[in-house]
Design a protein around this ligand. Sequence first.
Ligand SMILES: [Ca+2]
Ligand SMILES: [Ca+2]
Ligand SMILES: [Zn+2]
Length: 207
Amino acid sequence: MRCRLLPPLVVPLIGCVLFLPPAHGEGPDPLGSYVAPCLVACPAGDSNFVVITRQFDGSPWMHGQVTVDFCACAGFRLVTNRSRSYVVMPSGCAIARDPDALGVSFFPIAGGGTCTQGEARVYADGIPFGSRAIASPDQDGDWVVTEADVALLAGKLGRSDSKGDFDCDGVVSITDIAIVRSHLGHMGDLLTSLRASSWGGLKIAYR
Ligand SMILES: [Ca+2]
Ligand SMILES: [Ca+2]
Ligand SMILES: [Zn+2]
């Protein structure tokens, strides 16, 4: 309506564009957004990985999906036995969700195992937002956190192995061991855990 008040020759030049509402499709800004430095994934899904997406003007971005992609990490497996606050993509190795009104995406990632190589890759609207090493208290990937996982981590003490660095201080320390111990007994679910275990592990479970 306000366009009609302008001289006819001026309208095509400056157009009604001036009066359009601000485009909310400005897009997510990788540099102005936040991706948590640590990615911890327990089979029980009790550790939150957070991504906060903002547009280039600093306002929250929530106009598309945020994705965490584990497909480059063959040793890590998502637990997909029940619904969570994110959806598992058809590939089975990536998860996604819509940010909330403040641009915040919480991912209580349920999974186990470690990467022999590769990291989790984060995207917003398909735009790369960086990658993160995966640290799972389930170090051996059988979807149960046991003393065997603690023993594996103990073998990494003093190393800069990001797969065993749960507090992101750059080294595997007794603090990381304590964090894994706090997850002892956590599992995806009993049936999937038993299926993932070797037959020997199965016999031990029923002993
Ligand atoms: Ca385990
Ligand atoms: Ca550490
Ligand atoms: Zn846990």
